[in-house]
Write a protein that binds this ligand. Structure first.
Ligand SMILES: Cc1cc2nc3c(=O)[nH]c(=O)nc-3n(C[C@H](O)[C@H](O)[C@H](O)COP(=O)(O)OP(=O)(O)OC[C@H]3O[C@@H](n4cnc5c(N)ncnc54)[C@H](O)[C@@H]3O)c2cc1C
Ligand code: SF4
Length: 534
């Protein structure tokens, strides 16, 4: 009897545990495109294209290797629209002796898988996902008994355990962290590398047509789709990053520039999250570039820290704290997500830019997510669940296990400090220091209050005033609270009044939001500035 091997949309790896011990002459691989997954949030159109096209290419690869693949496409007339109902149908077709699946990456899907045995009437074997450095159990063992979790501590353990950038039992170069050499502002005359993009092939073009037809109202544009959808293209993208991006990755990791969304970033998260690349191979490629003198240690350590450190750490946080993590709201934030997150229509240049590149590429880099769209949501008191669903919808690399801790824990501090030691709240001065946005903005970043003042400035101080009780005891917030302590009461009242006027206006704009939002987008209105070099 056949064994039914399930491959989910982000499990596109030939070494997937569900495929171990597969008997090509007997077993069937089942892959399912289902409406429930395409619509549980209103994903960016490019994200749907990416996942479905990568799945179709992967099925082709498996068939070329002689495997039997039962592929249920979205347009299959009998498609019942959910994983569970499709499993029921597949069991009737194949009469398997058992079902084998690798643990899903998201809690929501795991809950479905737990119900499959009852639906299918055959045993369902769930295998661990071995494509990460740390299993869920490994993270839980690290976290157990610690009063606070900090990425830095976890990262060092991972470096030792996986022998990455180590010299004996010491970190390469003598330091664990080269952040002090990183995060510089981009020089005005910097010549940026052209980044490798991938023109859609016939399979991808067919999926683009499908998405245009089935998801016309979803957020985002399709004409600049350029993500790798096969392992071979993902390897080309990795090579491109190692050669052209990595050498300056660390130094300009936090820089932002109008019209240049990619800078020196790897653009590898979509391929990593789908399983087209493994975290070990991308870290090993970066380490090899350092060993052969092609990239400096500050860049390579910075990159390894993101992949071996942050990526694994957020996965551990997610699986340790779900399902309750999704409902965290430590700062009691309740504002509706401003309409401009969907339309890009705002006179704040930094936000227009970040949202514009998001619509055009389903991408913006980490600092735009954290310090522009995330920071604004934090300062404006947007409800965590609303901003969290936005991030999950709009990025090509967005999967809940990685997106949710970054949003709930890092961007809006809704977990009260489980993940990060302090809120990433900043005034306009930070954005001005790290970007060229402010010089062509309707607002004046140097003005703290009054007509024309940058909204990030008074929102920042108003946020601190309002959250004083919750945050002033945090030693890492001592400095701004010392500053506030020196201000007269009238000044504090003025700031609060100014912030309220601005936020009230935002709420009124909310009322004007089109009835079919989220998802409403007049793409042409939110294009990044002309001359985009990407
Ligand atoms: C609010 C918010 C939401 C986010 N949502 C996602 C998401 O849905 N999916 C996702 O993969 N990343 C997410 N991130 C993390 C990070 O912003 C993206 O991984 C990164 O911007 C992807 O672009 P890149 O591949 O060019 O990354 P690079 O800047 O080149 O970084 C290299 C790699 O490191 C990993 N990485 C870097 N930072 C993080 C991080 N904080 N957490 C986890 N992995 C990290 C990614 O795999 C990335 O590809 C989010 C960050 C924030 C602040
Ligand atoms: S002035 Fe303020 S709103 Fe304008 S780009 Fe700078 S930080 Fe953003």
């Amino acid at each position: 009897m056949t064994v039914l091997r399930i491959i989910l949309g982000d499990q596109l790896s030939l070494d997937l545990s569900a495929l171990h011990d597969l008997d090509a002459g007997r077993d069937t691989v089942l892959m399912m495109e289902v409406m429930q997954e395409c619509s549980h949030v209103r994903h960016h159109k490019q994200k749907i294209v990416l996942v479905l096209s990568a799945m179709r290419h992967f099925a082709q690869t498996l068939r070329q290797r002689g495997l039997t693949v039962d592929y249920v496409s979205l347009d299959t007339p009998e498609n019942t629209g959910s994983f569970t109902s499709e499993i029921r149908r597949a069991v009737q077709r194949h009469r398997p002796s058992r079902i084998v699946v690798t643990e899903p990456s998201e809690w929501r899907v795991q809950a479905m898988v737990e119900g499959w045995e009852a639906v299918a009437g055959v045993p369902v074997v769930v295998r661990a996902d071995r494509r990460f450095f740390a299993s869920r159990e490994r993270f839980a063992a690290w976290a157990a008994g610690r009063r606070s979790w900090r990425m830095e501590h976890f990262y060092r353990e991972m470096r030792r355990e996986h022998r990455l950038l180590m010299e004996g039992d010491q970190p390469a170069g003598g330091e664990w962290n080269y952040d002090h050499e990183n995060r510089k502002r981009l020089p005005a005359r910097a010549v940026l590398p052209a980044r490798r993009r991938f023109a859609p092939d016939e399979t991808t073009r067919a999926v683009i047509a499908l998405v245009e037809r089935r998801f016309p109202g979803n957020f985002g544009e399709l004409q600049d789709f350029g993500w790798p959808v096969t392992r071979s293209d993902a390897l080309v993208a990795l090579g491109d990053f190692i050669e052209n991006g990595l050498p300056s990755f660390g130094t300009y990791q936090d820089a932002m520039k109008a019209g240049a969304p990619f800078l020196y970033h790897s653009l590898l998260a979509p391929a990593l999250n789908l399983g087209l690349l493994s975290p070990l191979e991308v870290c090993a490629a970066a380490e090899a570039a350092w060993q052969s003198g092609k990239a400096p240690l500050n860049a390579v350590e910075g990159f390894v820290r993101q992949v071996l450190g942050w990526r694994e750490y957020v996965r551990g946080v997610y699986w340790s704290l779900m399902p309750g993590y999704a409902d965290q709201n430590a700062l009691k934030a309740t504002r509706d997500l401003p309409a401009f997150y969907w339309t890009g229509v705002t006179d704040m240049h930094c936000l227009r830019e970040a949202i514009g590149t998001t619509a055009r590429y389903a991408y913006s880099h980490h600092i735009q997510r954290l310090m522009v769209t995330g920071n604004f949501a934090l300062l404006a008191g947007v409800a965590p669940s609303q901003i969290e669903r936005w991030y999950l919808a709009v990025y090509a690399d967005a999967f809940e296990w990685v997106e949710m801790p970054n949003t709930i824990g890092m961007a809006v501090f809704a977990d009260g400090g489980r993940m990060a030691s302090k809120p990433y709240a900043a005034s306009g001065a930070y954005i001005d220091r790290m970007s060229d946005f402010c010089s062509s903005c309707a607002y004046d970043v140097k003005r703290k209050s009054g007509p024309g003042a940058c909204p990030f400035n008074y929102l920042y101080w108003a946020f601190l005033i309002r959250q004083r009780e919750r945050l002033s005891g945090n030693p890492r917030m001592a400095m701004p609270y010392r500053t506030l302590a020196g201000w007269p009461k009238e000044r504090l009242m003025e700031i609060l009044a100014e912030a309220d006027t601005f936020l009230d206006r935002l709420d009124q704009d909310q009322a004007a939001k089109p009835a079919h939002a989220p998802g409403a987008l007049e793409a042409a209105r939110i294009r990044p500035a002309a001359g985009d070099s990407a």
